[in-house]
Design a protein around this ligand. Structure first.
Ligand SMILES: Nc1ncnc2c1ncn2[C@@H]1O[C@H](COP(=O)(O)OP(=O)(O)OP(=O)(O)O)[C@@H](O)[C@H]1O
Length: 282
């Protein structure tokens, strides 16, 4: 798991991007950080792999402080997916995916073979491996970005607005693909987005930030939807606009046995989560 303990980041120009931030991101789960521009989400993400160093506080991965770890080794051991996919334009797709394993000493032939397998995994035809990134659509490039991040088989995947630049239909496809992959792989994913619907679609844990980088609420999608902490969260999740009239759909409505899990659905019939019998916690 990843743990932030009272982390503050003040940039040299005096900007405090993150102020006394504490959070646990559990192993094998997807934590989605969501909030308006400038609230410090990217800075938080980049402190996990030491692309940004905190001014104070600690970040631990499985109880080990990252500040004592070799930066290069740490970065290569953590997958990172960016909005623009961040692919190397002059290298073929297959070589983009194979880059990190090769840097880690995997022979080229093996790394390429594994890269082709990863293209399968993210739903791309192997023949696209021979192309250059500019010869792919935006959605395909994002899939390559995900394949590349998975190439060194990291336990942790950091994803910074990875699907922000593609159209809504492709975006929904990519979200579904990530959900499928995550079921299979069980990585610890930290995902940054502006889009609350994307957050609810992907997250085990959602962390909503208010302006200034403070946590407004954290919890499962169902907990937040059922019990928004305050007016800010209500507005942010659209509850005030009637988009989120939630109701419990009993398992028997789906033809399931009586007494199965109760599913929470919104006004459009979209599944928002499963009702926890222990009740919402904050
Ligand atoms: N290198 C830097 N020097 C000074 N200020 C910075 C630097 N990087 C980020 N900031 C500032 O820190 C704050 C948080 O930035 P950050 O990129 O973490 O926000 P964000 O929530 O990810 O925003 P967005 O959603 O727009 O990407 C912003 O006010 C930003 O201007």
């Amino acid at each position: 798991m990843i743990e932030f303990r009272s982390v503050t980041k003040k940039f040299p120009d005096g900007t405090v991007a993150v102020d006394d931030f504490s959070l646990t991101m559990p192993s094998h789960e997807t934590t989605v950080l969501v909030g308006s521009s400038g609230c410090g989400k990217t800075t938080i993400l980049r402190m996990i792999n030491r692309m940004v160093e905190p001014t104070s506080g600690q970040i631990l991965i499985d109880d080990v402080d990252v500040s004592g770890q070799d930066k290069v080794g740490l970065r290569r051991s953590i997958g990172y997916v960016l909005q623009a996919a961040g692919l190397l334009p002059h290298r073929r797709v297959v070589d983009n995916v194979a880059t990190v394993p090769m840097l880690n000493g995997t022979p080229k032939k093996d790394a390429r073979e594994a890269a082709l397998g990863l293209l399968d995994k993210v739903g791309l035809d192997r023949s696209l491996g021979a192309r250059y990134p500019r010869q792919l659509s935006g959605g395909q490039q994002q899939r390559v970005g995900v394949a590349r991040a998975l190439a060194s088989d990291p336990n942790i995947l950091l994803m910074d607005e990875p699907f922000g630049a593609v159209d809504p239909i492709v975006r929904a496809d990519l979200q579904a693909e990530l959900t499928r992959l995550q079921k299979e792989l069980g990585k610890t994913i930290v995902f940054v987005t502006h889009d609350i619907d994307e957050a609810f679609a992907l997250a085990d844990q959602v962390v909503i930030f208010r302006k200034g980088g403070r946590i407004a609420q954290q919890g499962t999608p169902a907990e937040i939807l059922a019990n928004p902490a305050d007016e800010f969260v209500e507005t942010f999740i659209g509850a005030d606009r009637g988009r989120r009239r939630l109701r419990v759909r009993d398992s028997t409505e789906d033809g399931g046995p009586a007494g199965g899990p109760q599913v929470l659905v919104d006004g459009d019939g979209r599944v928002a989560g499963v009702l926890d019998e222990r009740g919402p916690t904050r």
